[in-house]
Design a protein around this ligand. Structure first.
Ligand code: CP
Length: 321
């Protein structure tokens, strides 16, 4: 490993990852570069013992398929082991134990904690309760920083850059934590961000203001067809039904946008259609067989990206030169 990469890795060693903004641009690039090299390990074609003897706790207090299982796969591929909470109802939270105490306990059983929780801010609280690194695997409508890392890896694999790309964020921009994280990274890397959503699900003002403060190239394009024609990346999101305070508000927007092969008829040939998944009707299955569909590759890249991150946070601290 060259000295520069060692120094950048060093900076992640033992650290929490609560928000994508906890990582500098250089640290993100270091993780993505390392993830590229992890692809053969993630495919199982080469073994690794980089996390041998290390235990990672998966504390999932909200449903997950991809995030939990790709983190578990990443740990196993690196020779480590997992302690898993996949059902909050099977823990002592049911008896009234606080999240703070639960995390404090876990930090004495594991070397790092991966936390998903329905409340925004839960990961920050957990990072204060734990003396081991805490990785945010999604906190309510807040942040999903490791999703952002794999989203960036997917875009970079296709385009080799993020700068100058036109990225349309489509769907639930109000409650969708994946777009809240991704927008900051896109701004940091110089992509143009185009926002397309039902009026009731617009990106909240606090995010718009912070993004503009960071110098983001940000604009609204309410017309989906126009947005699709301009896009290099179309990042589709599910309406986050579980975050609506009122069922009638959800019913007013459900089904208000959908991408199918016909919607993409005037798209650029290189357009990537991405989705953090699960999808719930926003992308028709006739897109799956087109060269635009990138969402299953995106889901696979979760494994090498999370391997790279875990190795940087938990692996042996690189020696200073
Ligand atoms: N993308 C994502 O977070 O998927 P899961 O909810 O299945 O983990």
């Amino acid at each position: 490993m060259d000295g520069d990469l060692a120094a950048r890795r060093m900076s992640l060693h033992g650290r929490d990852l609560v928000s994508i903004r906890d990582l500098s641009r250089e640290e993100i690039v270091a993780v993505l570069d390392s993830a590229r090299k992890m692809v053969p390990l993630a495919e199982g074609s080469r073994p690794s013992d980089a996390l041998q003897g290390r235990i990672v706790a998966m504390a999932f207090f909200e449903p997950s398929t991809r995030t939990r299982l790709s983190f578990e796969s990443a740990v196993h591929r690196l020779g480590g082991s997992c302690l898993t909470i996949a059902d909050a109802g099977a823990t002592s939270l049911r008896k009234g134990e606080s999240l703070y105490d639960t995390i404090r306990m876990l930090s004495s059983y594991a070397d790092a904690i991966v936390l998903r929780h329905p409340q925004e801010g839960a990961a920050r609280l957990a990072s204060r309760a734990s003396d081991r690194p805490v990785i945010n695997a999604g906190d309510g409508a807040g942040q999903h920083p490791t999703q952002t890392l794999l989203d960036l890896a997917t875009i970079r694999e296709r385009f080799d850059t993020l700068a100058g790309l036109k990225v349309v964020l489509l769907g639930d921009l109000k409650y969708g934590r994946t777009v809240h994280s991704l927008a900051y990274a896109l701004a940091e890397f110089g992509s143009e961000i185009i926002l397309t959503s039902p009026e009731a699900l617009r990106l909240p003002d606090e995010h718009r203001e912070e993004l503009k403060h960071l110098g983001a190239k940000l604009r609204d394009e309410p017309d989906l067809d126009k947005a699709v024609r301009q896009a290099d990346v179309l990042y589709v999101t599910r309406i986050q039904k579980e975050r609506f305070p009122d069922e009638s508000e959800y019913r007013a927007v459900v089904g208000s946008y959908r991408i199918d092969a016909h919607t993409l008829r005037e798209a650029k040939p290189q357009l990537m259609v991405m989705h953090p998944l699960p999808r719930a009707g926003e992308i028709a299955s006739d897109v799956d067989g087109t060269p635009h569909a990138a969402y299953f590759r995106q889901a696979f890249l979760a494994v090498p990206v999370r391997m790279a991150l875990l190795q940087a946070i938990l692996g042996p601290a690189p020696r200073r030169r």
